[in-house]
Structure formats: structure tokens, C-alpha cells
Design a protein around this ligand. Sequence first.
Ligand code: C2E
Ligand code: CA
Ligand code: CA
Length: 764
Amino acid sequence: MDNQNISFQNRLAYDKMSFYYLSLPVLLVGNLMGAFLLSAIQLDVVDSYSIIIWLSISIVMFFYGMYHYMLFKKEDEENKLKDANIWLDRYYADTLINGIIWGSTAFLMFPESSLMNQMLVIFFLFAVGFSAMGILASKKDLLITYVSVMFLPIVLRLFFMENQVSNNIGYILLALVLLMTIASNYYGKVINKGLMSRQDFVSIKHTHEKLKERFFALFERAPVGIYYYNQDLEIEDANEHFLHMNGQKTKNKLLETKINAFKSRQIAAVHKDVFNLKAGDYRGPYAAMDDTDLYVKLSTVPMINAAGEVAGGIAIINDITSEVTAKEEMVRTAYYDFLTNIPNRTLLMDKLKFFLTDKKSDPRYGALLFMDIDNFKKVNETFGHDVGDKLLKQASSRMATVLNSDEVFARVGGDKFALLLPALDKEKSDAENSAKKYIQTIHDVFVEPLAVMGEEYHLSFSTGVVFFKDPEASAFDILKRSETAMYEAKKSARGTDMFYHENMGAYAKEQLSLENDIHRAISNNELSMVYQPQIDLTTDHIVSAEALVRWKHPEKGFISPTIFIPIAEESGTIIKLEEWIFDTVFEEIKQLKNNGDEGTLKRVAVNLSTVHFMQPNFVEKFTLLVAKHKIEPRWVEIEITESGIMRNLDDATKKINELKSFGFTFAIDDFGTGHSSLAYLKKLPVGMIKIDRSFVTNMHQDMGDTMIVESVVSIGQNFNLQVLAEGVEDAVTLAYLKKINCDLYQGRFGYHPVPIEDLVSLLK
Ligand code: C2E
Ligand code: CA
Ligand code: CA
């Protein structure tokens, strides 16, 4: 019985039981034959009644024993095991009864007369007793009971007989029985020990196997790669995870692998560490057997054999590729531009700072080139952002072909790039020549057009260059200066470059100070609103007025919105500024209406900056503000430029529709300057287009302008849009606009922008 779940005692009982029952038939048959033989021999000397009674009891006993044997045979193993002790008791009982039956021969089968026959009974008792004792030997108390019931009657009988010979035989018999019992007992002990050590062995074997099983489960199913290798650096065994890491289904190929064959020297070295009784550690790239590039953490420990020698090593290998790539990804998003995969502004500034501190020991000039793609806005607006993005990517990879290893090429904004050349020459003039050469190289590389979606694009850059050697200047200043120089370059012609000089700095400083002044202007009441009437060309009535902001700077006097609005947009101040503007306009218009001064005026137009419009919560903010002043939305027209709409057409369309549903109306400002496709117009939910004044003002001098104005007017009619002409400065233009059925006009010929009080007078 090898089942480990059963207790040791039970298994021992089971083993004993199996051993007994196996010999039971032989024993029973032997006993029965003995009984017949004895009966036959004693027939002449013992009375036949006694013989019949004794033989019948023996036969019954035989069948009773056989019956038990049959039961035992039929019983299934599990029950036998469970009831091992019951079966044993049954067996012991049978044997004891048998002993009693044979013991009874001392009375029933023992002839007083024939000494010869008496000796035969004793002989039979010994024969039967001996075979049984061998079996009973393993159970001491049973053995003694058995011997007692078997031999005591005959011994007593012999002692009570009144002749010396019988008495002597009694003594001899007693001595023999004692001797036999002692021998059997000893023999029994040996059997028991044997049985027990067999079970001990089974137990140990099981414990061992269980441990082995557990170890292998741990080894095989561990979530890390484990393998062990011998002194020849050959893999002896490897677990599932290691196979999986190497893209192997079976161990075959792995087990032939020598660790030396691993591609990295470092990895082989870590495996050899164990032979110097050291643990090895490695963290780095790892080429798996299926050529996948992994990043792993590998540890090795010596494997010591029973003799205490290093027989090889155990290696534990952990695939941390995803962890590492996640970290790399984090660095990438922080320091690299997501579109072009080149360094971003942050990384550029880091490098620039680093080189600036380096300049203390390096006497050479470095240069920062600020590069802006010419007319990129146009590409974006005409061909869409997809094409624009692809061009930026291609331009970046083409730039890579001219870069040296210590140079940094970064994307610092939309179509703006910066190239950092850390060390050119000691002399400024040499450095300037080197920079010029570099710019020429870039120019040459871009002579060949870029191809996107089957179309060819010629790219050129306007470049601003600033040289640095002086570690006093901050990285921020240097970038700002290069940008200023770039804007100067842009002013001349496309594809040109400009070196930065101090005067440009003054301009940049001016910009910066204005930026700060706008904040102050809002709270200091330096701003005011004026309104320029918009006149219906068929009725000559003032139907609307465009609100325009005015700024009277305490030192610089009036500053044009064409100067400060772009600065406010760039710095984000525009949002605060326009909040002030809307607040003021709505309040003034409400007053006008409350005073009943509106006359023919139906609405007021406000300019909305794209920066503000693109704010996610703009719609909510704007409607709340209008509601606060209790103005009906139909009184407010929003002027937005076409480039503002095109920058994010989906978002703009959504917002325009939302605001329209409240009752606000929309006009596209500066129409004709933004290169927007007319096809979009149909889709846009606007009510009016304003022809830019650059076409209108010079109309009568320029045939091209006349044609543009005429076609915009007819497009407006086709799309059911009102058309307003801006910048009407003379009567000829006005008459012509009337002739071609333009709807509205606005301009100095009609009215200049005026404060609200003056507007009220105009309406009277
Ligand atoms: P805009 O929206 O195209 O505004 C019309 C501009 O044309 C105004 O200049 C106006 O004074 C000017 N103008 C009107 N009639 C004539 C004319 O007959 N001839 C000429 N040459 N010009 C005329 P302003 O007020 O200097 O504004 C310039 C630009 O500044 C505006 O162009 C607009 O883009 C921006 N701006 C002005 N006020 C605001 C404002 O409150 N908010 C926003 N976001 N932008 C504003
Ligand atoms: Ca406007
Ligand atoms: Ca305009």
C-alpha cells in the first residue's frame, strides 16, 4: 500500500492483513486435511462419536474460514484499507477458534490406551500449531493466547495422567512450546520490523517525491526565467518562463545552447562569476533566441554539490522590457516632440544651459539657429493639417542627414525649429562664416522638394542666428534673441537668414514691456471702446456697429490694436482683455437700449480672438456674460477670422452652432486673406462675410481687387450670406458696391469709430 494519504498505522495494518489473508486458504486446507488424517488414524482408539463431533466442528470451521476469505477477496481495496483492523480482528478470531478446536483434541481425540496414538495427537498439534504460530508471531498477545488454548489442554492432560512417561512427555512438551513461543515471538518482531520499515520507506519516498514535485512546480511555473548550467556553461534545465522568454516551445534547442553563445560578453561574464563563488548581477539588453530584443535583470548564484564543490550555477532572469520602455516613454514625452520625435524645447534648453556653463572653459563661439518654415501656414490652410504634419516629419528627418553628433535639432513650436551648434570657432568672423556655410548646407538639402501624398513641396526656412560665448546670457535670452533675428529675416524675403544684433533686442524688449503694460491697462482704466457704424447699402441706415478697443498708454500715447492685440494673444492676456471688452460693450449697449436710443441699430459686432474662442469653456462663459447683462443674444454679432475657424474646423463648427442656437450671429472677418477654401463656407453656419479692407480700399485702382470683391459678393448671394465691405474710403467705391448689390459697408467715408455717446447722437 503506497497511498500517502493514509496514516502510517493504517498502512501497517493493511500490509499485515494482506499478508495473513493471502496464506489463509493454504492454512485452512492444511488444517482440514490434518483433521481428516487424525480422525482416520484415531478411528480405532477413540470412540466414533467424539471423532464425528470433532471432525464436524473442524469442517464447519473450514467453511467459516473460507467464507471469510471469500468476503475478503470480494471487498474493494479502499474498504479493506479503511477496515483493516476489523479484518485483522476477524482473522485473529478465526485462528483462535481454530486453536481451541485443535486444543480440544486433548479431550476428544486423545486415547488413554495407546501411547503411540497419543504421540500422534501431539505430533499433529505441533504440525498445525507450528504453521499457525509462524503467522501469529507478529502479534504477541494473540500468539500467547493461541499457544495456550492449543497446548495447555494437552499438557494438563499429560500431567494429570498417572504414569511417569506421560508426565515426562508433558514436561518436554511444555518446554518445546515455550521454546517455540519465544522463537515465534522473536520471529514476529522481525516481521513487524520489516513491515514497519517498508512503510517507513514508503513514507520517506512519498515525502521526498512531494518535495520534488513542489520544487518542480515552483521551478516550472515561476513567473521568472530560471535555468541551471554546468561547468561547461551548458544549460542543463530551464523552466517554462525562460522558454517563453526565448520564444521556444520545447527545451531541445535551449539545452544545446552554450552560454558563451549569448551575444553579450557581459552576460557570459555574469555566468562565470559563480565559479569564483560569487553571485553575478546584470541589468541590460538581452537578445532572446528568437531574436527579440529584451531588457532583463539577470542574477546568478553558484550551485554547490554534495561534496561542497561548485557544480554550476543557477540563473534567475526577469524580463523588465515593458517597465523600461514605459520609463523611456516618459522621458520621450518630456523631452521629445511627439510628432517629429526630435528633441523639444525643454531638451534644447537643457542642452543650451549645459553648453553655456561649458563655455567657461571652451573659448569657441557657439550658435543657435532659429528656423521658421516659410509660408507654412498657407500649406496648412490650403492642404490641411495632415499634409502639414507629414511635411514637418519629413523636414525633421531630412535635417537629420546634416547633423553632427553634438548638435541638437529641436522643434520649439508649430513650424519653428532650432539648431544648436555648440562649438564653432574662436574668432567671431570665423564662427559667422561657419554658420553661413551650415545654413547653405541646409538650404542645399532642401532644394530637392519633399513629397507628401503624391504632391511635391518646396520648403525654405527663414533663419535667425545668435552667437554665444559669454556664459552670462541665459539660455532663455539666447533663444529669444535668435527668434527676434528670425522675425527680422522674415521681414525681408523668404529663405533668408539674419544675424542677431543689439537693436533687435530693443524691439523685443519693447514687446515684453507692452506685454506687462496690458495687464496694468485693464485695471488702470486706460482702455475704452469705440463703435464703427455698419450701414445698410439699400436703406442707408446704421443697422449695426463694430466695437473696437482703444488704448491710451500713459507714456506712449495711443497704441494701435494691430500692435497690442497680437502681443496679448501670444501671452494669453487676450482672454482677460476680451473679458473686459465684452463686459464693457454689453454694459454700454444695455444702457443705450434702456435709454431707448437704439434707433435703426439692430445689433453690435464684437471681435473675438481665436485664442479665446478655442478655450474649451468659451461657449458657457460667453453666454453667461451676455445673460448677466440681460442682453438678448440676437443683439450680438461675433466677428471671427477665417484662419481662426480653420485652425480647428470641427470644434469651431460645433461652437458656432451652439451659440447660434441661442440667437447669436456670426460674421467671418478679413475674408479673402486667409486662403480658406470657399467649399467650407457652405458648411459654416455663419450669416455674414466681411471682405477685407485691403481689397476694398484700393478697388478702383486695381482690377484684381474689383474682381475679388465682385466674386465674393456673388458667392455670398449664392450661399445666402450677407456681404459687408470694410474700409470704404470714398464715394466711387461706395457707388460701385451699391451697383453690384453688396449688402453693407463700413469705413471712413461713412463713419469713423466713435465713443458710445457719439454713436447715440448718430442714431438720432
Ligand atoms: P478689424 O477687425 O478688421 O477692424 C477694422 C479695422 O479697420 C479697425 O482698425 C478700423 O478702425 C479700421 N478701419 C475702419 N474704416 C477704415 C477705413 O476706411 N480705412 C482704413 N484704412 N481702416 C479703416 P483698428 O480699430 O485699429 O483695429 C485693427 C484691428 O485690431 C481690427 O481689425 C481687429 O483685428 C483688431 N481689434 C480692434 N479692436 C479689437 C477688439 O476689441 N477685439 C479684438 N479681438 N480685436 C480687435
Ligand atoms: Ca473686425
Ligand atoms: Ca476686418
